[in-house]
Design a protein around this ligand. Structure first.
Ligand SMILES: [Zn+2]
Length: 71
């Protein structure tokens, strides 16, 4: 799950750009999404590389597990 690292909630995040890469007509299994938080106006990017099963986030967003932070 993607959350805003400033607000610590995904509630105000909007995807502003989503992209799947292609090369030579073949789909490369990498997904890039840009997020904007409408509460704090933060911006961040999420990239998922399916071949390497690797997720990367930059900017004002962070990856969290499905579990709530404060149980
Ligand atoms: Zn925020």
């Amino acid at each position: 799950m993607i959350t805003c690292s400033n607000c610590e909630t995904p509630q105000f995040l909007q995807i502003t750009q989503s992209r799947v890469y292609f090369e030579d007509g073949e789909m490369i299994n990498e997904i890039s999404e840009t997020y904007e938080c409408t509460l704090c106006e933060g911006n961040g990017r999420y990239v998922y590389d399916e071949d390497r099963n690797k997720e990367t986030v930059t900017g004002d967003v962070e990856l969290t597990t499905e579990r709530p932070k404060f149980a």
